[in-house]
Structures are given as C-alpha cells and as structure tokens.
Write a protein that binds this ligand. Structure first.
Ligand SMILES: CC(C)(COP(=O)(O)OP(=O)(O)OC[C@H]1O[C@@H](n2cnc3c(N)ncnc32)[C@H](O)[C@@H]1OP(=O)(O)O)[C@@H](O)C(=O)NCCC(=O)NCCS
Length: 192
C-alpha cells in the first residue's frame, strides 16, 4: 500500500537524496535542464533559508519513500508545483495522487494560481496536467507552462483537508512528546 504524507523541512535530506537518485532523463524532465547534484544542493539550501515558501509531500511504500511533490512560492503569490517518482514506481498512479493532494492543499489555503513547467516531449506530465485541469501554454523554447487558477474548495475538500491538517498537528505533538519523554528518561542525552 502507498501512503501519501504532507511533510515539512525535517524530511529535506530525504528529498535531496531522491532528487539526486533521478537518472539524467528524469532530472531533465523534472528541472527542464540537466540539473547537477550542485544545482540540487542549491535548491535544498534555498528551501532551508526560506522554509515557509516550500511545501513537500511524499509517497511511501512500507519500505521507502518513492515519490515527492514540491510546491514553491514565488514573489507574485503564485506557486510552482513539481512532482517526481522513482523510476521503478512510475506508472502506478503516484504522481496523479500527489498532484491531487497538492491541489486540494492549494485550494484550502486560497492559493490563487499554481503552475508547473513541462518540457515539450514529456507527454505523461502534460497528460496529468490536463487531467488536473491545468491549462498548458507553449513557451516556444521546448517547454510548456501548465497553470490553473485555483478554484474555491468544495465542502468535502475543506473537511478532508481540515482533518488531515489536524492529524498532522497531532502527529507532530506526539513526536515532540516522545522526544521530551526520552529526554526526561535519559537526561544524559540532553546535550547530544
Ligand atoms: C512525470 C512523472 C512524475 C509521472 O509519474 P507517475 O507516477 O508515473 O504518473 P502516474 O502513474 O500518476 O500517471 C501517469 C499517467 O500518464 C499516462 N501515460 C502514460 N504514458 C503516457 C504517454 N506516453 N502519453 C500520455 N499519457 C501517458 C498514464 O495512463 C497515466 O494516466 P491516468 O492517470 O489517466 O491513467 C514521472 O514520470 C517522473 O517522475 N518523471 C520525471 C520527473 C518529471 O518529469 N516531473 C514532471 C515535471 S515537474
């Protein structure tokens, strides 16, 4: 079974590892250029400096994380959406589900517009963009931009998202409570 989780900066090193594990073809499709490990490190550094401008989602099997969704805020208030899935887990509906999660999150948080860059020959992402009602525009340089003006969420989406975000808060409180309990039981770890 695959689980989809909205996460935060704590998982950023796993995200970096995932991006670096993409082969050349997938890196090119993901970034629109043959991104090097150095380029990926720059992106990760930028995320660390501006954590509130980035939202991350991952998909995981029982063993490992296999796909990531990333939304990054621009200065004009629009958000760029990107998604990537480990080669051996592609074509199982993972990107589709990650995009649904991201778009519902965007609706719930009244994000006015999201867009993604799709290179011209990436028919899969163009198909997914159209499926999620992102309209694609040619940019003339071998790239398309797929954008959506995000509509208001419906009643079911509001409630589902509310429930998820409350669950995230509870998970985080439990994580911190566990850490505190650990410190209390093992005070010598205090200075670790
Ligand atoms: C693009 C990418 C994210 C897709 O991930 P994925 O998990 O394999 O995608 P899904 O399985 O959710 O969906 C694939 C869809 O494309 C369709 N598809 C498959 N081959 C296709 C083709 N040649 N032409 C058009 N559609 C195609 C599938 O039928 C499916 O559609 P459906 O949901 O209507 O059934 C993945 O290939 C990837 O990581 N690529 C590298 C990074 C990248 O390109 N990111 C996008 C830019 S940010």
């Amino acid at each position: 079974m695959i689980t989809y989780v909205h996460t935060n900066i704590y998982k950023i090193s796993d995200y970096a590892r995932h991006l670096k594990s993409l082969d050349q073809e997938d890196r090119y499709s993901r970034f629109g250029h043959p991104a090097s490990d150095y380029n990926i490190d720059q992106l990760i550094l930028n995320m660390c400096y501006n954590p509130t401008d980035h939202e991350l989602w991952y998909a995981r099997t029982d063993e490992q994380r296999v796909g990531w969704g990333h939304m990054a805020k621009n200065q004009d208030g629009t958000w760029e959406l990107a998604v990537s899935v480990a080669k051996e887990h592609q074509r199982q509906g993972i990107a589709d589900k990650l995009m649904s999660e991201m778009i519902v999150w965007a609706k719930f948080h009244h994000i006015p517009e999201v867009y993604m860059h799709c290179i011209e020959n990436n028919k899969v992402i163009q198909h997914l963009a159209a499926k999620h009602e992102l309209k694609t525009k040619e940019r003339g340089d071998g790239e398309r931009t797929a954008a959506i003006e995000v509509p208001e969420p419906n009643f079911v989406e509001v409630n589902t998202q509310l429930f998820k975000e409350q669950a995230e808060i509870v998970r985080e409180i439990n994580r911190l409570r566990g850490k505190l309990a650990n410190l209390w039981l093992n005070p010598s770890h205090h200075n670790d």
